[in-house]
Design a binder for this molecule. Structure first.
Ligand code: PMP
Length: 441
C-alpha cells in the first residue's frame, strides 16, 4: 500500500530527501496535469517535475516517440556518437533559437542534468577567456554540483560551497518587490545595473577577473522573479563592452514556459551561451549548452562524460520541441499565464498575506508575507515561510501540488504544464485561494 511504501522509503533514503518530504504521496499513474496515487486520490500537478513537463505527464507524442524508438532497434546508449535521433534533435532545437543565433551556434551535449550543463558552460568560458572568476546573482539557482552551486545565490537550504565560491562575485538581482537598494521597479533595476558596471570598473572592487556572467532571465527557485527587460539589455551591454561572455541559464525558463520559446526573447538579447535542460528532454534527462562558435575552444576530449547522448531523450525531446511550436503552446502559456497572474493579483485585497504576485507566462510566484507587520520602504512585508508551508500542505489536501521557492521558501510557485486546460486553470485558482483562506482564517 501507499502508506507502507512511504514508511519504507522514509527509513531508507537520505536525510536530504526533498520533494518526498513536501508531498507524502505515492504516485501510481499520471496523465496530463493529473497524478493519481496508489490510494486512488487525484492531484492537479502544478510542479510538473520542477518545470520539466511542458506537455504534462505521459503526453501521447512523448509516449509515441518512446515506443517508435524502442521498436526501431536504435541503440539506447552510444556515448556521444552521431545518431539520426541526435541529428533530428539538433535540427529541432536550432530551429527554436533566438535571432540569428543558430547561424553561428555550436551545441555540446552534457548531461544528464541541468547542473552538468551549467558546469560545462562555466568551464568552457574559463577555457575560452583564460580567466577564472564568475559573476552571479543573489537569489540565483544553477544546480547542486560544486561550480553551479557556487555560482548560485543562496536560496533556502541550497547554500554555496565555500572554496569555489571565492571566485564568484555575487551581484544584486533586480527583485523589485524586495528591492536591494530601497527603490522598487525599474528604478531599482537601473541602480542594480549601475552598481554592476561600477564594481566591474573599480580596480579595488575585488572582482576576480570574470570568465563569464551567468543569470536567469526569470529566477525560478529564487521565487519566479522576472528581471526587467531593460535590465537584461544593460547586462548584455555591460558584458559585451568588457568582453565578458554572458551565459543565460534557460534550464527552467525554456521551451515556452515564460510565454516566449526562450525567456531571453522578451528582452531581445542574444547571449553568448544558453544552458538548457528540463523540458528539452520531454520528460527524460537531457542537458546541453548552445554557444557562439567564437567560444569553441575546447580540445577534443576536454569535456566528456558517459551519459551524453541518450537516444530516447533525444526522441522525446524532438517530439516535445516540435509539438510546443506546432500547437501554439508558447502563445497559450503567455495568455493563460497573464490570466492567472491577473486573477491572483486581484486576490491581494481579500487575502493580505499575498504580498506579491509575479512571474512571466506559466512561471508564477505568489509571495506570502506577514500581513500584520509593518511594510518596509518599498512596501514589502516580512517573509512568511511557516505560513507558506501550511498553504502548500493545505493545497495538497485539496488535491493540488504546488512547491515553494524564494529566498526563504515563502513563495508559492506555480509551474503548470503548457497544456493546462481552462477548466484546470479554474480548479487550480479555486483550490489555492481556498487553501490560503483556510490557513489564514
Ligand atoms: N538551473 C536552473 C535555472 C534550475 O532551475 C535548475 C533546477 N531547478 C538547475 C539549473 C539545475 O538542474 P538539475 O536539477 O537538473 O541539475
Amino acid at each position: 500500500s501507499g502508506a507502507a511504501i512511504l514508511e519504507r522509503q522514509r527509513g531508507r533514503e537520505s536525510a536530504a530527501r526533498t520533494y518526498a518530504r513536501s508531498f507524502p504521496i505515492v504516485p501510481a499513474r499520471a496523465q496530463g496535469m493529473t497524478i493519481e496515487d496508489t490510494d486512488g486520490r487525484r492531484y492537479l500537478d502544478c510542479l510538473s517535475g520542477a518545470g520539466t513537463l511542458a506537455l504534462g505527464h505521459n503526453h501521447p507524442v512523448v509516449l509515441e516517440a518512446i515506443q517508435r524508438t524502442v521498436s526501431s532497434g536504435a541503440p539506447l546508449h552510444v556515448l556521444d556518437l552521431a545518431t539520426p535521433e541526435k541529428d533530428e534533435f539538433t535540427d529541432a532545437l536550432f530551429a527554436t533559437l533566438p535571432g540569428d543565433f543558430a547561424d553561428k551556434a555550436r551545441i555540446h551535449f552534457c548531461g544528464p542534468a541541468g547542473t552538468d550543463a551549467v558546469e560545462a558552460a562555466l568551464k568552457l568560458m574559463q577555457t575560452a577567456t583564460g580567466r577564472r572568476g564568475v559573476l552571479g546573482f543573489t537569489g540565483a539557482y544553477h544546480g547542486m554540483t560544486a561550480g553551479a552551486l557556487a555560482a548560485s545565490g543562496g536560496v533556502g537550504t541550497k547554500t554555496p560551497v565555500p572554496g569555489i565560491a571565492a571566485d564568484v562575485t555575487r551581484l544584486p538581482y533586480p527583485y523589485s518587490y524586495r528591492c536591494p537598494f530601497g527603490v522598487g521597479g525599474e528604478g531599482g533595476a537601473q541602480i542594480s545595473a549601475d552598481y554592476v558596471e561600477r564594481l566591474l570598473d573599480d580596480p579595488n572592487g575585488g572582482v576576480v577577473p570574470p570568465a563569464a556572467m551567468i543569470l536567469e532571465a526569470v529566477q525560478g527557485e529564487g521565487g519566479a522573479v522576472p528581471a526587467p527587460d531593460a535590465w537584461l539589455r544593460e547586462m548584455r551591454r555591460i558584458t559585451a563592452e568588457r568582453e565578458i561572455p554572458l551565459i543565460v541559464d534557460e534550464v527552467q525558463t525554456g521551451v515556452g514556459r515564460t510565454g516566449a520559446f526562450w525567456a531571453v526573447e522578451h528582452s531581445g538579447i542574444v547571449p553568448d551561451a544558453m544552458v538548457m535542460s528540463k523540458a528539452i528532454g520531454g520528460s527524460l534527462p537531457l542537458a546541453v549548452i548552445v554557444y557562439h562558435e567564437d567560444y569553441n575552444g575546447w580540445l577534443p576530449g576536454a569535456h566528456t562524460g558517459t551519459f551524453r547522448g541518450n537516444t530516447l531523450a533525444m526522441a522525446t525531446g524532438t517530439a516535445t520541441l516540435r509539438y510546443v511550436s506546432r500547437e501554439g503552446l508558447v502563445e497559450r502559456a503567455a495568455a493563460v499565464g497573464a490570466r492567472m497572474t491577473e486573477r491572483l493579483t486581484a486576490l491581494r485585497s481579500e487575502l493580505p498575506v499575498i504580498g506579491d504576485v509575479r512571474g512571466r507566462g506559466l512561471m508564477i510566484g505568489v509571495e506570502l508575507v506577514d500581513a500584520e507587520a509593518e511594510p518596509d520602504a518599498c512596501g514589502a512585508r516580512p517573509f512568511a515561510p511557516q505560513l507558506a508551508a501550511q498553504v502548500r500542505d493545505a493545497c495538497l489536501e485539496r488535491g493540488l501540488i504546488v512547491e515553494l521557492g524564494g529566498r526563504f521558501d515563502s513563495t508559492v510557485r506555480l509551474l503548470p504544464p503548457l497544456i493546462i486546460t481552462d477548466e484546470q486553470v479554474e480548479a487550480v485558482l479555486d483550490r489555492l485561494t481556498d487553501a490560503i483562506a483556510a490557513v489564514t482564517a
